[in-house]
Design a protein around this ligand. Structure first.
Ligand code: TTP
Ligand code: MG
Ligand code: MG
Length: 356
């Protein structure tokens, strides 16, 4: 059995701004673009959330909901810096760290749990250490799988610690609103609700065929998560050899414009996921499948490691263009980046425990 922690900063961008500027502390704050330029809220302090201000909301709406709202523009360099430091702290506890974004990661603490007084104790000390050394709070979920720990970390924000004891998964999951399951977005949630599925327990009790009919492969996946079945291991960046995204077309195409659009979209997906994991790669690869199912890849090596969507798209586009020919139809296109430079972050080969 695994012991996994999911750690996530509370109101990450907003908390960093409040840390750096005491005048912002204890006050409703939104980090994001200004209402004049149709900005949106990236992060809202918990004081602002009491007024209903949320991430991804137009700043104009946020100002209307909370007339005294303070706003600052994001400083991404600073957030990246804090992120590096917390990820370093995590890797000092265990080398098995999987960053999901700048402000959150999974930690597999299975091997140290016994020696360190149990996973909840490790979580408590981790929270204290982040608070002491960075001046920021994280919320942590503790569980036997990724999805359980991720759901748990969200339940008692801010400054939360939620422990799901092994064997208690079903009791924990059953009453939760289905929207709390990872991968169940607002649209899926609406659809489920219209079919009478409100809680995770409702979802778990639907036959898998019923779910697959309505949601395809994701339906089967949701069912497994709802039943607490999730054996995905924590994957470190060292295990991440490439990041890619691919799409099977509804109708096979050889149209240059359509292929260009698709390559651009896939490149944006890949770029976003590289950004989240703070990765850059030297190799850009495309995967192509023709209408007769012949599948092949083409790749190119860049002078400098890339992360930006337009750079990936430009390279991928050239590779795809070289393969287009009159009458040649494609049924699948994929874009990927590999060849990561891991000299940036040396991870300790073995777990070290400098007082946690
Ligand atoms: P989250 O962890 O989702 O949000 P948060 O840390 O602000 O608040 P909490 O975890 O306490 O609920 O995202 C981390 C950061 O990512 C967030 O501070 C800003 C950025 N972000 C956006 O820019 N846009 C978004 O829509 C979201 C959700 C986050
Ligand atoms: Mg957060
Ligand atoms: Mg987060």
């Amino acid at each position: 059995m695994r012991h996994i922690l999911h750690a996530d900063f509370d109101a990450f961008y907003a908390s960093v701004e409040q840390l750096d500027n005491p005048e912002l502390r204890g006050r409703p704050l939104a980090v994001g673009g200004s209402a004049q330029v149709r900005g949106v809220v990236a992060s809202a302090s918990y004081e602002a959330r009491e007024f209903g201000v949320r991430s991804a909301m137009p700043m104009r709406t946020a100002m209307q909901r909370c007339p005294g709202l303070l706003r600052v523009s994001p400083r991404f360099g600073r957030y990246r810096n804090v992120s590096r430091r917390v990820m370093e702290m995590f890797t000092e506890i265990t080398p098995l760290v999987e960053p999901l974004s700048l402000d959150e990661a999974y930690l597999d603490v299975t091997r140290l749990a016994d020696a360190e007084g149990g996973a909840p104790e490790i979580a408590r000390r981790l929270k204290r250490r982040v608070k002491d050394e960075l001046g920021l709070t994280i919320s942590v979920g503790v569980g036997a799988s990724k999805s359980i720990s991720k759901i748990a970390s969200d339940l008692e924000k801010p400054d939360g610690l939620t422990v799901v004891t092994p064997g208690g998964e079903a009791a924990f999951l059953t009453p939760l609103p289905v929207g709390l399951l990872p991968g169940v977005g607002p649209k899926t949630q609406e659809r489920l609700k219209s079919e009478g599925v409100q809680t995770v327990g409702d979802l778990a009790s639907r036959p898998v065929d019923w779910l697959v009919d309505r949601f395809g492969r994701n339906g089967a996946y949701m069912k497994r998560l709802a039943m607490g079945q999730d054996d995905r291991p924590v994957q470190t960046d060292r295990d991440t050899k490439s990041v890619s995204s691919e799409t099977t077309l509804v109708r096979d195409t050889g149209d240059a414009e359509a292929l260009h659009e698709l390559v651009s979209r896939l490149s944006r997906d890949v770029s976003r996921s590289l950004e989240r994991r703070d990765l850059r790669g030297r190799t850009v690869k495309v995967k192509l499948r023709l209408s007769d199912f012949t599948t092949f890849t083409r790749q190119t090596t860049m002078a400098e490691p890339v992360q930006a969507a337009d750079e990936i798209a430009a390279a991928a586009d050239t590779l795809v263009k070289a393969e287009t020919a009159p009458g040649r139809l494609f049924r699948l296109v994929g874009v990927g980046v590999s060849g990561f430079d891991d000299s940036v972050e040396e991870r300790p080969a073995q777990a070290r425990l400098p007082g946690l």
